[in-house]
Design a protein around this ligand. Structure first.
Ligand code: ADP
Length: 501
C-alpha cells in the first residue's frame, strides 16, 4: 500500500459528507472498481495537512483495461449524432452548474485554493462543457472540384480515436473539462489520468458525466501514483490515438519522446514564464489590479501567471508601492480560505522552492517590498510578496515560480522591454498595460507568445484558443481550434461524372 504520514482527519460535517459521496474507485467501462491489486493512495488537504480520502491506485494493467474499454466504445460513440453528443455536454453543463457549491468545496479541499477561487474554477470548467456542446454540431468539412476538373473532393473531419488525457493539480476540474469537452464533442473516447494530488473532483466529475447520459466506456478514469509506468504503457499501445497533456515542460518532453514511437497526435500545454509589461502611458491603478489578478490567481500556481514584471522607469516606484500595499491587504492564511485572500501552496516542497527563489533574488540584489517570510503554523501558506530591483539574471525572472511572488525590474525603451520579454524558452502568455494602439499592434507581432492580455490580467476564456509556442507547448485548447485537436482530416477523390448521362 502506498502510504505517507498524515495528521489525523480534520474536516467539518459538510466537508465530510461531500468527500464521502465521491466515488473512490477507478472508472472503467462504466463500472467503478478497485485497483487490480487492491492498493490505495491517500489524498490530503494542503490547507491543514489532514487526510481527505483513500483512492484506488490504478496499476499499469488497470490503465490497459481502461484503454481497452475506450477502444471498445469508440466505433459506436463516433457513430452517434453530433446533436446527441452535444446534448450530453449541455446536460453536464447544467448538472455542474447545479452542483457548483459541492464541486467548489471539493476543489478547495483537495487543492487548497480559496472557496471564491474554487467557485470561479467551477464556472470556468462548466463553460467548456457549454462551449463544446455548441461546437459538437459545427464540425464542418468541404466539397470542391479539383482545379483540373477531373475529380470532386470531399473533405471530412473525423474523430481521431481513443485519447489519453493527463491533467494537472492546479485546476483539477477545469483542465479536465477543457479536454473531455472537445473530445466528447468530436466523438472520441478517452482515458483520463488525473493528478495524484487532486483526483477527487475528477472522479466526482466522471460520475456527473454518467448522470448526464454519457455511454459506458467513453470516459474512463485511472487515478494513480504510478503515472510514469501507466502512461508510458498506454503511449506505447497502438490502440491509443492521441495524447493531451497539461503539466510541466519537463514531463511534457518525456511524454513527447514516448509519443514518437507510434507517431501519436499530441496536444501539450506546458510551462510558462509570462512577462507583465507596464508602459509609461499605462493606467497605473488598472495595472495594479491586473497584476493582482494575474499574479495571485490560484496563488500564483497557473501557467499563465505573470512571472516577471517589467515597469517603465518613470512609473516603477509608484507601481511597486501600490502593488505592495494591495498584496498586504489581500494576505494569506486560514482565514483567507473563506474570504478573498489566497490559500496555501500545493505542498511544503512547493513553498520551500518559492522561498528559495526569493532568497536567491535577495542575494542577487533585490529589495523585499512586502512578504518574503516563511510563515509558521499549519498549511503550506506563503505571503504575497513583492520584490523590486530584481536583476534579469536572477532565477526568479527566468523560471516559473508557481507562487505568489512578483519580481519587478525597470526598463526605459519599448524595444528593451520586448527583448527582455522574449528572452525566455517559454512562450505561453504575456500582459501589457498601455494606451497606445500602435504599440499594441507591435506587441501582437513581436512578442513570442501564444496569448497576450492588453490592459487585462485575465486571458483564459473557453471561446478563445489557449496555448503557447516555444517550450510552452503544441496545439490549442478552447475556441474553434479546441475541437480540431480531436479531429483528423480525411479526403475522398470522386471521379467527376462524364459530361453526358
Ligand atoms: P506539476 O509540476 O505541475 O506537478 P507535472 O508535469 O509533474 O506538473 O504533472 C502533471 C501531470 O503529469 C500529473 O497528472 C502527473 O501525475 C503527471 N506526470 C508526472 N510525471 C509523469 C510521467 N513521468 N509520466 C506520465 N505522467 C506524469
Amino acid at each position: 500500500m502506498h502510504r505517507q504520514s498524515f495528521s489525523p482527519v480534520v474536516v467539518d460535517k459538510r466537508q465530510a459528507e461531500i468527500v464521502s459521496s465521491v466515488p473512490k474507485h477507478i472508472l472503467i467501462g462504466g463500472l467503478w472498481q478497485p485497483a487490480e491489486d487492491g492498493n490505495i493512495f491517500l489524498v490530503e488537504n494542503p490547507a491543514s495537512g489532514a487526510l481527505l480520502a483513500e483512492i484506488a491506485n490504478a496499476t499499469p494493467r488497470d490503465g490497459m483495461r481502461a484503454l481497452a474499454a475506450a477502444e471498445q466504445a469508440q466505433t459506436q460513440w463516433a457513430a452517434e449524432p453530433p446533436r446527441y453528443r452535444g446534448e450530453i455536454l449541455r446536460k453536464a453543463f447544467e448538472l455542474l452548474t447545479r452542483d457548483k457549491d459541492e464541486f467548489a468545496l471539493l476543489i478547495s479541499m483537495e487543492m487548497g485554493k480559496s472557496l471564491s477561487e474554487a467557485r470561479s474554477e467551477v464556472a470556468y470548467a462548466a463553460e467548456f462543457l457549454r462551449w463544446f456542446s455548441e461546437e459538437a454540431v459545427r464540425i464542418h468539412g468541404r466539397y470542391q472540384k479539383a482545379p483540373d476538373g477531373a475529380t470532386r473532393q470531399i473533405i471530412s473531419k473525423n474523430p481521431v480515436g481513443p485519447c489519453l488525457m493527463v491533467t494537472p493539480w492546479n485546476f483539477p476540474l477545469a483542465m479536465m473539462t477543457r479536454k473531455v469537452g472537445p473530445a466528447i464533442a468530436a466523438g472520441c473516447t478517452m482515458v483520463v489520468k488525473p493528478a495524484e494530488m487532486t483526483p477527487l473532483s475528477a472522479l466526482r466529475f466522471a460520475e456527473l458525466m454518467m448522470s448526464a447520459g454519457l455511454p459506458d466506456g467513453v470516459l474512463n478514469v485511472v487515478p494513480t501514483t504510478n503515472a510514469s509506468i501507466l502512461v508510458s504503457g498506454l503511449l506505447g499501445d497502438r490502440r491509443l490515438k492521441k495524447l493531451s497533456f497539461t503539466g510541466s515542460t519537463r514531463v511534457g518532453r518525456i511524454l513527447l519522446a514516448a509519443s514518437a514511437k507510434n507517431i501519436l497526435r499530441t496536444s501539450m500545454e506546458l510551462g510558462g514564464n509570462a512577462p507583465f509589461i507596464i508602459f509609461s502611458d499605462a493606467d497605473l491603478n488598472a495595472a495594479v489590479e491586473g497584476a493582482v489578478q494575474s499574479k495571485l490567481r490560484n496563488i500564483g500556481q497557473a501557467c499563465t501567471a505573470a512571472n516577471r514584471f517589467y515597469v517603465h522607469a518613470s512609473v516603477a516606484r509608484e507601481f511597486v508601492e501600490k502593488l505592495a500595499r494591495r498584496f498586504e491587504e489581500i494576505g494569506s492564511g486560514q482565514a483567507a480560505l473563506t474570504g478573498d485572500g489566497i490559500g496555501p501552496l500545493i505542498s511544503d516542497q512547493a513553498r520551500h522552492d518559492v522561498h528559495a527563489l526569493v532568497k536567491d533574488a535577495i542575494a542577487c540584489g533585490a529589495t523585499v517590498e512586502t512578504g518574503g517570510i516563511l510563515p509558521d503554523g499549519a498549511g503550506y501558506f506563503y505571503p504575497p510578496t513583492v520584490l523590486s530591483n530584481v536583476p534579469a539574471t536572477a532565477g526568479i525572472m527566468q523560471m516559473e515560480a508557481f507562487g505568489p511572488v512578483a519580481p519587478i525590474m525597470a526598463f526605459t525603451e519599448e524595444s528593451e522591454a520586448i527583448a527582455l520579454a522574449n528572452d525566455s524558452d517559454y512562450g505561453l502568455a504575456a500582459y501589457a498595460y498601455t494606451q497606445n494602439l500602435d504599440r499594441v499592434l507591435r506587441l501582437q507581432d513581436q512578442l513570442q507568445v501564444g496569448m497576450l492580455g492588453v490592459n487585462t490580467g485575465m486571458i483564459s476564456d473557453p471561446a478563445a484558443p489557449f496555448g503557447g509556442i516555444k517550450h510552452s507547448g503544441l496545439g490549442r485548447e478552447g475556441g474553434m481550434e479546441g475541437i480540431d485537436e480531436y479531429l483528423i482530416t480525411k479526403y475522398t477523390a470522386l471521379a467527376s461524372p462524364s459530361e453526358q448521362a
